[in-house]
Design a protein around this ligand. Structure first.
Ligand code: UN1
Length: 497
């Protein structure tokens, strides 16, 4: 048996074992017999130590000028570039998505490092005239303190970077707990932070399950903010845990994203978009296009092309350059997909592609599922309403544009939506009327860029936006400052004559 490496927690600048003495295996979802490493099975006590270390480091980190903090973060980007291929390979091994996509994931962390490092020299506040003579008024951003970062497995380096890098540039310190399925990519990012010269205790890293270790991340009095990406269900728990002590909490949760295909659409392009949006990352993106609302005039044509393309998709181990779709993350996710396929059938939707787990030959050791398409889906069906997070797409017919928009909006989530049309007027109505945080014209629902705000409406989020300069609003608080240099008592609103 080959040697299985052990990875430790990172607390106060030291790589340490969990106080539980236990470890968790990290396995390859394309081959569950392959153990990639063992990671610490952390306890609440480990998390508390991490919070204390973060708290101590905060006293000096917040005083380092933001441009200096940003220089270190720029170095994070430089190191990530050098190690992009290695990290992408390791990411494909630990979570299955194809190499091109894991390269993109690492690239997203690089983009975030460079973009946010620039903010170190901006982080603009305002100066504004005061209403009284010889008085100066301005607003500045200040850090919050210790931030808890809880991240998912589908973008195991990109999403942590969306939280970590802006948190640090603003002067916060962090305790970071990645998803149990993807500790290795998170470890790689933390290791890079150490190598880039981030001081001890500024970034603390604990692995393990949320139910065993997560509570202090949401309840400890020194934690000022919890930043969470994951399911709406767990987001609800996080939100409730934060409420009694009024901790800030930013939540990025589920989606039921939609592509609208109008009768004047370039159908080849629309099919490309539906394939990429529906089956990229095996449908395991918050932004995945799990619904396609198609104008009835082009429905038959669209369905034929969409199904024939989906049937050609090569499913397999993401390390193989020929493969277009990898496995899903784990057994439980595979069961969820199978359950929704059954629900779709029972609801009377027409299964026109896939529908089965792949189990034979090269698939026997992994969590593989066929690209699956239901047509003739009623917008009220559960498969058209609930997030599946797997390679299952529902095609929903629409009689006209207005109905398409109505169907598209009629879900409890509001992350991403897209329209394929050649009609500029319809494109603009879509931009205005789709109540989502992200909207695409003639492009699929996935592939947001780091310098624009990312997040959604309704049950997708709680009003925040990550990425862009908007992320600074999550990781800092405003302070308004008045300097009175009149040498006498001046009363705002009252000394008005
Ligand atoms: C997610 O699925 O949680 O826009 C994030 C996209 C990617 C990020 C997805 N850049 O699809």
């Amino acid at each position: 048996m080959s040697h299985i490496p052990e990875f430790k927690n990172f607390i106060g600048g030291e790589w340490v074992r969990s106080s539980s003495g236990g470890t968790l295996e990290n396995r390859n979802p394309a081959n569950r017999n392959e153990v990639l490493g063992v990671f610490q099975k952390s306890t609440a006590q480990d998390v508390e130590s991490a919070i204390e270390a973060a708290c101590e480091a905060y006293t000096s980190w917040r005083l380092i000028p933001a441009p200096r903090r940003a220089e270190i973060l720029f170095r994070v980007g430089e190191i990530l570039i050098k190690r992009k291929e290695e990290f992408a390979q390791q990411m494909t091994r630990e979570m299955g998505k194809v190499l091109n996509e894991t390269r993109g994931d690492v690239q997203e962390a690089i983009d975030m490092s460079y973009f946010t490092a620039g903010e170190g020299r901006r982080m603009y506040g305002h100066t504004t005239p005061a209403e009284l003579p010889n008085k100066f008024a301005m607003s500045v951003r200040m850090p919050l303190g210790v931030c808890s970062l809880i991240t998912p497995w589908n973008f195991p380096m990109a999403i942590p970077s969306w939280k970590l890098i802006p948190a640090l540039v603003c002067g916060n310190t962090v305790v970071f707990k990645p998803a149990t399925d993807t500790p290795h990519s998170a470890y790689n990012l933390v290791k890079v932070c150490e190598e880039a010269g981030i001081p001890r205790g500024v970034v603390n890293f604990v692995t393990g399950s949320g139910s065993e270790a997560g509570t202090p991340m949401m309840t400890h009095p020194e934690v000022k903010l919890v930043s969470f990406t994951g399911s709406t269900e767990i987001g609800n728990t996080v939100s409730r845990a934060c409420a009694p002590s009024f901790k800030h909490c930013n939540l990025e949760m589920g989606g039921k994203n939609v592509i609208i295909v109008m009768d004047d659409a370039n159908l080849d392009l629309a099919v490309d978009g539906a394939i990429w949006g529906g089956f990229g990352t095996s449908g395991q993106r918050c932004t995945a296009a799990s619904r396609v609302v198609v104008h009835k005039k082009v429905l038959k044509d669209f369905n034929e092309r969409f199904v024939s393309r989906a049937k050609l998709l090569r499913v397999g181990n993401g390390l193989d350059p020929q493969v277009e779709m990898g496995p899903v993350i784990n057994e439980s996710q595979l069961k969820t997909v199978a359950t929704y396929v059954e629900i779709g059938k029972e609801e009377g939707a027409k299964l026109v592609c896939g529908g089965n787990r792949l189990e034979k030959g090269e698939y026997s050791k992994g969590y593989f599922h066929e690209p699956t398409i239901f047509s003739e889906v009623d917008p009220e069906m559960r498969i058209a309403q609930e997030e599946i997070f797997g390679p299952v797409v529902s095609v929903i017919p629409a009689n006209n544009f207005e109905q398409a928009i109505e169907i598209a909006n009629n879900v409890k989530y509001g992350l991403s939506a897209a329209i394929y049309t050649q009609d500029v007027n319809k494109a603009f109505v879509g931009m205005r009327d789709m109540y989502t945080g992200i909207f695409y014209v003639n492009a699929s629902t996935i592939g947001a860029e780091v310098h624009l705000p990312f997040g959604g409406t309704k049950q997708t989020g709680n009003g925040h936006r990550e990425a862009g300069i908007q992320a600074l609003d999550i990781f800092s608080e405003w302070k308004s400052i008045y300097v009175d240099y009149s040498g006498k008592l001046q009363k705002a609103q009252i000394d008005h004559e």
